[in-house]
Design a protein around this ligand. Structure first.
Ligand code: PHE
Length: 333
């Protein structure tokens, strides 16, 4: 009974002392084993009480060792990590750049109808940026794309559109093809609130058998509805060397109720992309037989769409990395 009292009062914050306490009572040559040996010699009428007392001692010692060990271990953890119940430090999370937000949205909309994503180099050769796309040498349409040349003879340039990626994709894959090519493009234009010498595009390409202009229009309608809400589009005849016929796509924005449209400020038709049926010459240049296959292509500027959707008035803001601008996109994933 004295031992029980001793065990109950035992306390320590030291692992070695705890271990000697354990050895003293619980080891092979410890007190408890001695008492169990004595137990055998105790007269029968005292056996019950004696047995209960040793069991109580055993439980008390075991319980003690366990609780002290636990508290010592938790102190070790606290020593390493401090108070684990303390509230955490707040930290700032970043935001995705609006160009990435819009790009990811376009990718997801086209992924839903089976388009994959293709990418290519920003420094291109003349073939992939111009020649294969039906811009012959000295063709005036080359002037439409004010090109930055990196090297002459052989010519290397900063791609003026991601149509170059579509050429590479057609050269390396067999139809049917459904791909979109997002990426950075470069044009030697004066920098203003409306235009920049670096911007981003997503171009799309669809090649299969018996593709019609109606397929193109329906695809664009699907896209603009997903992207801008209930929208009206109109196609205006236009010219690109690599598509025939070609059209420019306008979207009508800022109508009726705010919930119908994601674009709410202002009203009117606004051009958002170019498109058309891929010129047979382009297919031939890329190793696809135009008698067997045809298709459509389209291309749009990401900054233009981001400016519309987020009411950004100056394109230069995208490249300044001013945190006051970037922080405003925090809630958007
Ligand atoms: N490549 C054209 C541009 O950069 C856009 C476009 C793509 C037009 C595909 C028609 C078809 O201006």
């Amino acid at each position: 009974k004295e031992y029980i009292g001793e065990a109950q009062h035992f306390t320590t914050d030291n692992k070695e002392a705890l271990e000697s306490f354990r050895i003293k009572f619980l080891s092979k040559k410890g007190i408890l084993n001695d008492l169990f040996a004595v137990f055998k010699t105790v007269p029968n009428d005292q056996k019950k009480e004696f047995g209960q007392t040793i069991n109580l001692l055993k439980n008390t010692v075991e319980e003690k060792v366990k609780t002290i060990l636990e508290s010592l271990e938790s102190k070790d953890v606290q020593g390493l990590y401090g108070d684990l119940t303390r509230p955490g430090y707040p930290f700032e999370i970043g935001a995705r750049h609006p160009i990435s937000l819009v790009k990811n949205e376009v990718i997801s909309i086209f992924s839903n109808i089976g388009f994959n994503v293709s990418e290519g180099p920003e420094i291109e050769d003349d073939w992939h940026n111009f020649e294969a796309l039906n811009f012959p040498e000295y063709h005036p349409a080359r002037d439409m794309q004010d090109t930055f040349f990196v090297q002459t003879n052989p010519e290397h340039l900063l791609r003026t559109h991601t149509s170059s990626v579509q050429v590479r994709y057609m050269e390396n894959n067999k139809p049917p093809l459904r791909t979109i090519s997002p990426g950075r493009v470069f044009r030697n234009e004066a920098i203003s609130s409306r235009s920049h010498c670096i911007f981003h595009q997503v171009e799309g390409l669809y090649i299969d058998k018996d593709v019609s202009f109606a397929d193109l229009k329906q695809t664009l309608l699907y896209f603009t509805k997903e992207m801008f809400g209930k929208s009206k589009i109109r196609l205006r005849p236009s010219y690109f060397p690599f598509t025939e016929p070609s059209a420019e796509v306008d979207i009508y924005w800022g109508l009726k109720t705010e919930t119908d449209y994601r674009i709410t400020k202002g009203t009117g038709w606004l051009e958002i992309m170019g498109c058309g049926m891929v010129d047979p010459n382009v297919l031939t240049n890329c190793g696809i037989d135009p008698n067997e296959y045809n298709g459509f292509a389209f291309g749009m500027g990401i900054e233009r769409m981001a400016m519309l959707l987020y009411q950004i008035s100056d394109i230069r803001m995208f490249y300044e990395n001013d945190v006051r601008f970037l922080e405003q996109f925090k809630s958007n994933f």
